[in-house]
Design a protein around this ligand. Sequence first.
Ligand code: QUE
Length: 351
Amino acid sequence: MNEILARREGAIGRLSLNRPRALNALAQAMCEDMSVALLQWRDDPGVEAVILDHVGGRGFCAGGDVVSVRHSALEDGGVAGRAFFMAEYRLNHLLFTFPKPVIAFMDGVTMGGGVGLALPANIRVATENTLFAMPEGSIGLFPDVGAGYYLPRLPGHIGKFLALTGARLDGAECLWAGLATHYCDSDDLAEAKELIAKEPAAADEILRDLATSTPDARIAGNAAAIARLFAPDTLEEVKAALAADDSNWASKELKAVRSRCPTSAKVALRLFSMGSQHSDFATEMELEYRIAAHMIMRNDFAEGVRAVLVDKDNSAKWKPAKAEDVTSQILDAIFAPLPAGEEWTPLALPN
Ligand code: QUE
């Protein structure tokens, strides 16, 4: 069964995710297959650009195969889980440094690992089906796949808001936030891809010509509140700011922050303050891999995946349960370097 379709169409290489029953959640072999095709196209002068999309169904890509990673943490000391993240982050880095234009079609659920495929693309197309989120806080993980690089660079503390609440954005909101570069009706995508395959250099113009009027971005109405209430650097201060605001919106978002893993939230905040300083994406991936290697072995990850994806009771018991009890010593251990020979390394240096 082929979970990645890789083929040439005209002057483009086309990669289509094809694991629709799991909303195209990424397994290690899918990441490796995509990397092999990209390396081949990188060096093929007949390939001028790459299209990244999915075959059908509701998902572009819902994330990584975290149920398997949990199994690895419980059964093999996390060996297979670390191998998955190594392959996934190598793919993220290859896309980020790819020397030809990449065009990603976020025409459906785009969460976690799917965000890591879409955001390094030069052209990112949202549609009426786009549903974007960084939901890792609800499984005791952290916003990874380069989120530590991308999210702190969004204006008005939107990235912190997305990480701490797991908020879902629609396609119009993705365009508004700069997460997408274009908005098209999904009915026009087949035509767009056909035209782009004939003339990849005109992709931007082709997508602009096909663009219909974009619906209003609902999040725009909350942008001022997000910029104000998510400005603080600590989890305790963000929660206090939300609690002090008497709007319904703030109390709903406070509930979202409170229900999520407090260690995940503090890891996200420390990662964002470091990631905003990284000018090199490889440095970002090396740091995120250290964090992932440590976090998948913590009880919160097994418990979070159990609650959301295995038993689906959505009632994870976090340890520590309180923000105040997530100490800097806990965070230091999660951010610590790995033993020699076990650190993340890129797949291939850019040309
Ligand atoms: C956090 C996550 C993931 C998630 C939910 C979270 C994730 C992921 C999936 C997912 C969803 C539907 C599927 C599937 C996986 O959900 O990474 O196979 O059919 O892959 O709260 O990080």
